[in-house]
Ligand binder design. Structure first.
Ligand code: ARG
Ligand code: ZN
Length: 897
């Protein structure tokens, strides 16, 4: 692995030697030539220090100190430097930029007819010269001036102080944000919008104005987002004791956005896909995505904005914590109003979704060339570190602290964190210190010293489980042994020894009939009882044994219940043991896990058979389990969908050494078809049972019914069942909501013959041609069902396709390369060449999105031939380009090292 000269290290952090108390910004907005005047009130903290300001892709026009032109400064490599002679002064810098030419979508840019900004992580330097780092916090006063007709709304953070008309049809607005903030939370929006608004009251009775600004004509699609915002506000008050600190909270929609959304203080900017929804155009998954992202950005107001990051290595301080909070919000919303059993099931479904996402995307990252601890030690380009690891594994690390402390202790730790750090820019250690202070008090001095290794080490640990049952003594000894290989940059550090992790490991035991065995924890250490007769084992050393007494028969182990730690479990189950867990485990998460483990083993075995050209047959135990779960009356539809579904292909790929994508794909198809054929009549009756034409509601019960119905359709169409095809066509035609319409068209396009689907495919296009979010769905459907690269090239010629819109690029190119195994991994390697071409083309337009796309090949070294060599060639062809961005360079360099 090369250590590039661009690498930035966490250990090199130094405080900024100046305070910038106040920032007054003046924007004269013109799409092609915007002039920014930035007046900063500066106080030196150190004697004789050099002032260093970042600036990128902007034109410097003038610098003044206390009104006098400054002439002695240095300006090169995007850094502006000078030595001020006074210790307190006004620094005024005038610069210009071209927002309409800004296709990076960082800094100030034009999308549609409007102006937007994106400053996190390092976009503010593309707006004005400034110390673009999160530990420089200031008060902002922003004046925006623009043409009134084109840009009737002029928005920035905080409160509107004044607005007035100017000459020449222009007008201006002045905004003041009373809270100190780092520049990455700055935002500006100018344009014409539909507005949906509502006044609401916070717990203390303060009136707040909640507003959603969206493109003209889309105002009737913002109801769910506004409701979600209000629910987020109430939830944060109730569960975290945190109240909104602003009088006005705005969300603005843009169609061009590199990521999901951005938590700018008081002025969140959102990718349209996480705001706009109505039943005809948005799926259940879209509705849930909106609720969780609206929550996420709102929760940042405390975890991110009131307490922010000292430097970007601490990104998980705000992201891991805020993802944990949005996951809990979604779970609480799903469980709300349900009786206890149903509530547990709804929470479990949310947990299953999150864990599946983690395993499908974060586990591979943690095993590949970009592997990094949730708090990285180095990076070349911070834009590349908005990763699954920082976000999702970061959330798991917070969740483990929640598990160790319990809800009450965790909330106490949160209060302590805010008591210590409100208004500051801090580190992950500061957070753990606050939590540890509560843990020590509650657990007689035990500390988090081992737990902290989750912050400093990368990789997914494995936990090997050994059961020794002694018939005479009636004891069951459980030995947990952890291991984690060096990954990513760790491999470069010869003297680094991996230390053990603190792993809260939640288990239960069942007898052979499937009943829970109560566990006696008397005399045992590092153990806590949990629900469903389980216990939490606290593994903090390489290996530890717990001996349980009074166990009358050899127990069946229910392991890592609720996924209590982000680890992989190794245990030698028999098929019969797994089948008992699949039908009886009282922990619904572990019961789902058992179904996945059982069928995964079978799929992997069949993959091997395909490689060896042996004949294929499915173990009858699988059929028994599926039959049982298809008809278990105690299970609700949402949960049943998950235990009847096949594991994610991505999760399975991770378990192959080497990766043989086409063989795995065939094995998956074979299993799907056998389950469809054998249980064909039950799938039909399940479909009919859950196919109701009710008014659309995005609640967990209705969502569950639709998902089980659509799963049934998928199984049926995998064997091209004529009745199934007819049902799908009717469902498409009569659909009153997008979930039904998508469920039908997706099953048809992926499984039925082209002759059966062409009319419907065209109908979908024509029906929704004018809705970009639905057209993204259409492009994604084509991308995942295409049979060759040629189809994708043709789709790129469609007038609706453009490389400049990230949502469209994700819909077509990412979907093809990440979710169409059969066509992407064709043995001729053509698709890999295509991928390389598109990475290069995209890199010239939008480095952040290109670098994300470049990661498609992260794990090329683990693929079997001919894929491996072909992938390497594709990577090398990118590496040979001369003008690659820093973003893409880092990814390609690491992949090839
Ligand atoms: N802080 C945002 C969020 O997680 C993500 C913004 C990152 N933006 C970017 N261009 N890298 O909610
Ligand atoms: Zn976030």
């Amino acid at each position: 692995m090369s250590v590039s000269s661009h690498t930035i290290y966490r250990k090199d952090y130094r405080p900024y030697p100046f305070t910038i108390e106040r920032v007054q910004l003046h924007f004269a907005l013109e799409p092609q030539h915007t002039i920014v005047t930035n007046t900063m009130h500066v106080i030196a903290k150190e004697h004789n220090a050099t002032m260093v300001l970042n600036g990128e892709d902007i034109e410097l026009q003038a610098i003044y100190i206390n009104g006098k032109a400054l002439t002695s400064y240095e300006y090169s490599d995007n850094l502006l430097q000078f030595k001020p002679s006074e210790t307190e002064f006004d620094l005024k810098i005038v610069s210009s930029c071209n927002p309409s030419a800004n296709s990076t979508l960082m800094g100030l840019y034009v999308s549609g007819q409007s102006f937007f900004t994106q400053c996190e992580a390092e976009g503010f330097r593309r707006i004005t010269f400034f110390p673009d780092r999160p530990d420089v916090m200031s008060e902002y006063i922003v004046t925006i001036e623009a043409d009134k007709k084109q840009y009737p709304y002029l928005l920035s953070n905080g409160n509107l102080i004044s607005s007035q008309d100017l000459d020449n049809g222009r007008h201006q607005a002045v905004w003041h944000d009373p809270f100190l903030k780092p520049c990455y939370l700055f935002a500006l929006v100018a344009g014409d919008f539909d507005i949906r608004e509502k006044t609401s009251h916070t717990r203390s009775g303060r009136e707040v104005l909640l507003q959603i600004y969206s493109d003209k004509g889309s105002g009737d699609q913002t109801l769910w987002a506004l409701d979600s915002l209000e629910r987020s506000i109430q939830w944060d008050e109730k569960r975290f004791n945190l109240e909104l600190d602003l009088d006005r909270f705005m969300i603005v929609v843009t169609h061009d956005f590199n990521m999901g959304a951005m938590e700018n203080k008081g002025l969140n900017i959102f990718n349209a896909v996480y705001v706009l929804a109505d039943p005809e155009t948005a799926t259940d998954a879209n509705y849930m995505g909106i609720e969780s992202v609206v929550g996420h950005e709102y929760f940042h107001n405390w975890t991110g904005n009131r307490v922010t990051c000292r430097d970007w290595f601490q990104l998980s301080l705000k992201e891991g914590l805020t993802v944990f909070r949005d996951q809990e919000f979604s779970a609480d919303m799903a469980a709300r109003l349900l009786p206890p059993e149903a509530a547990l099931s709804a929470r479990t479904v949310k947990r299953i979704e999150d864990v599946t996402h983690l395993r499908a995307a974060q586990f591979p990252e943690d095993a590949g060339p970009m592997a990094h601890p949730i708090r990285p030690d180095s990076y070349q380009e911070i834009g590349n570190f908005y990763t699954m690891t920082v976000y999702e594994k970061g959330a798991e690390v917070i969740r483990m602290q929640h598990t160790l402390l319990g809800e009450e202790g965790f909330q106490q730790g949160m209060q302590e964190y805010f008591r210590r750090h409100d208004g500051q820019a801090v580190t992950c250690d500061d957070f753990v210190n606050a939590m540890e202070s509560v843990y020590k008090a509650r657990h007689s001095g035990k500390d988090f010293s081992v737990f902290r290794h989750w912050y400093s080490q990368a990789g997914t640990p494995t936990v090997n489980v050994q059961l020794d049952y002694d018939t005479h003594q009636q004891t069951a000894s459980i030995t947990l042994t952890q291991h984690c290989d060096k990954v990513g940059v760790e491999k470069l550090q010869a003297d680094m020894e991996k230390k053990p992790f603190h792993i809260p490991f939640h288990i239960g035991m069942l007898n052979q009939a499937g009943q829970a065995i109560p566990l006696n924890i008397e005399g045992l250490e590092d153990i806590t009882p949990t629900l469903q007769n389980g216990v939490l084992l606290d593994l903090k050393v390489p290996s530890q044994t717990w001996v349980f007494k009074g166990i009358k028969e050899r127990p069946i182990l229910s392991l890592l219940r609720d996924f209590s730690a982000p680890v992989s479990v190794i245990y030698d189950y028999s098929f019969e043991e797994l089948a008992v867990l699949c039908a009886h485990d009282s922990n619904p998460f572990a019961r789902w896990e058992a179904t996945q483990e059982l069928i995964s083993r079978e799929i992997l075995r069949l993959t091997q058979c395909i490689q060896e050209e042996k004949s294929l047959a499915l173990n009858p135990i699988i059929h028994q389990v599926w039959q049982h779960n298809l008809s278990d009356p105690l299970l609700d539809a949402a949960y049943r969908t998950w235990i009847l579904a096949l594991p994610s292909e991505k999760v399975l790929l991770e378990r192959l050494h080497p990766i043989t994508p086409l063989a795995l794909n065939k094995a998956l198809q074979f299993v799907r078809q056998s389950l469809a054929t054998v249980h064909r009549d039950v799938w039909i009756s399940t479909y009919q049972h859950y196919h109701a034409q009710e008014d659309y509601q995005p609640d967990p019960i209705s969502i569950g019914k639709r998902s089980l119905k659509n799963l049934s359709l998928n199984y049926l169409l995998s064997i091209k069942d004529p009745e199934g095809i007819a049902l799908a066509k009717t469902q498409y035609q009569q659909a009153k909501n997008m979930t039904d319409r998508m469920g039908a068209i997706s099953a048809l396009l992926h499984y039925a013959d082209k002759a059966d689907t062409e009319t419907i495919n065209q109908d979908f296009y024509q029906r929704f041609e004018n809705n970009p979010l639905v057209m993204d769905k259409w492009f994604a459907l084509q991308a995942t069902s295409a049979q060759s690269v040629k189809t994708i090239r043709t789709l790129m010629d469609n007038p609706l396709f453009t490389l400049r819109n990230p949502n469209r690029v994700r819909a077509l190119l990412f979907q093809f390369c990440m979710n169409n195994t059969e066509a992407f991994h064709q043995n001729n390697g053509e698709a890999y060449t295509f991928w390389a071409e598109q990475v290069i083309a995209l890199d010239a337009i939008n480095p952040e999105v290109a670098a994300r796309f470049a990661r498609v090949m992260d794990n090329w070294q683990r693929f079997a031939e001919p894929h491996k060599t072909q992938m390497q060639k594709a990577l090398q062809s990118i590496a040979q380009q001369t003008a690659l961005s820093k973003n893409t360079t880092e990814i390609i360099e690491k992949a090839l090292s």
